[in-house]
Design a protein around this ligand. Structure first.
Ligand SMILES: C[S@@+](CC[C@H](N)C(=O)[O-])C[C@H]1O[C@@H](n2cnc3c(N)ncnc32)[C@H](O)[C@@H]1O
Length: 241
C-alpha cells in the first residue's frame, strides 16, 4: 500500500510498510495528534500528564535502566510526569524527583503533595534558569548520586539552551538529559501551530548544544517508537576519550 504525499517540494508516493513509510506516517501522526491535543489526554496514577503514551513508555525504560538517585524535572504542570518518574523510582526502591516550575498552582501542589508518591517528589517554584534555583538544586544533590534531567518547561530555543548549559554539568556519566517538545519544530505548520515555532524550538537548541559539547550524544534508541514529542531529545553523557 502506498500513500501519496504532497508537500512544498512536490509529490511523492511512499510504501507505508517501508522504514520511510513508517517514519512519514509517524510524523503525520504527530502532527494530527498535536492538532487534537492528544498529549493532554493521559493521566498517570490519577494525575494529568502532558505526554504521548510512547514517551511515557520510553521514560519508564530510561529510568529503569539508569536507576538515578535524582531526577531533575523542569516544567511540572499538573505533576503527572513527576508522579510517573517517582513511581518508577519507588519500584527501584530509591530516588527523588526535584520538580521545578515557574508557577505551581495551588490545586496542582495539593494533588501532588497528597499523592502516595509525594515522598519521592520535592517541588521548587521559580524559573528553571534562575541561577539561585540552579544552586538550590545543586545543594540537594549529594556526591556520587546518579542524576538524570528532563527539560519540559519553556520550549523556546534560548530557554532550552540555557537549561542544557546550566544543568548538564549536574548529570552523571552514562546518564541522560531528555529535552522534550522538540516536536514543536515539526508541527509549526498544523492548523493550531505557530509560525514562530519553525525557527524557535528545542531542536535548534539541541543542535547548537551538541556542536559545542562532544561529551554528549543523541541516543535514538529512545525515540524508536516513531511518534514522540522529543525527537533527537534523548542525550547521553558519554566518556570523553
Ligand atoms: C508542558 S508543561 C509541563 C508538563 C509536564 N512535564 C508533564 O509532562 O505533565 C510546561 C510547564 O513549564 C512551566 N514553565 C514555563 N516556563 C518556565 C520556566 N521558566 N521555569 C520553570 N517552569 C516553567 C509552566 O508553568 C508549565 O507548567
Amino acid at each position: 500500500m502506498k500513500i501519496k504525499i504532497t508537500g512544498q517540494k512536490g509529490s511523492k508516493e511512499v510504501d507505508i510498510y517501508s522504514k520511510e513509510g513508517y517514519e512519514l506516517i509517524s510524523e503525520l501522526c504527530l502532527k494530527t495528534a498535536c492538532q487534537h491535543r492528544i498529549m493532554y489526554e493521559p493521566t498517570w496514577l490519577g494525575i494529568p500528564i502532558i505526554q504521548f503514551p510512547n514517551d511515557i513508555v520510553m521514560m519508564q525504560e530510561l529510568i529503569w535502566k539508569v536507576r538515578p538517585d535524582i531526577i531533575i524535572e523542569t516544567g511540572v504542570a499538573h505533576g503527572g510526569s513527576a508522579i510517573l518518574y517517582a513511581s518508577i523510582l519507588e519500584l527501584i526502591g530509591k530516588g527523588k524527583v526535584i520538580g521545578i516550575d515557574i508557577e505551581i498552582r495551588k490545586y496542582n501542589r495539593l494533588a501532588i503533595n497528597s499523592h502516595p508518591l509525594s515522598k519521592r517528589i520535592h517541588l521548587i517554584e521559580g524559573s528553571s534558569i534562575d541561577t539561585n534555583i540552579v544552586e538550590r538544586v545543586k545543594s540537594m544533590i549529594k556526591k556520587d548520586e546518579r542524576v538524570l534531567a528532563t527539560f519540559d518547561s519553556n520550549h523556546s530555543y534560548q530557554h532550552v539552551l540555557s537549561e542544557m548549559e546550566l544543568y548538564s554539568a549536574l548529570v552523571s556519566d552514562d546518564s541522560y538529559m531528555v529535552v522534550m517538545d522538540g516536536a514543536q519544530g515539526l508541527v509549526w505548520d498544523i492548523p493550531d501551530g505557530k509560525k514562530e515555532w519553525k525557527d524557535d524550538n528545542p531542536l535548534i537548541a539541541i543542535k547548537e548544544f551538541l556542536k559545542c559539547h562532544p561529551e554528549w550524544e543523541e541516543d535514538s534508541y529512545y525515540t524508536r517508537l516513531g511518534v514522540t514529542s522529543s525527537p533527537k531529545g534523548f542525550l547521553k553523557r558519554v566518556n570523553e576519550s
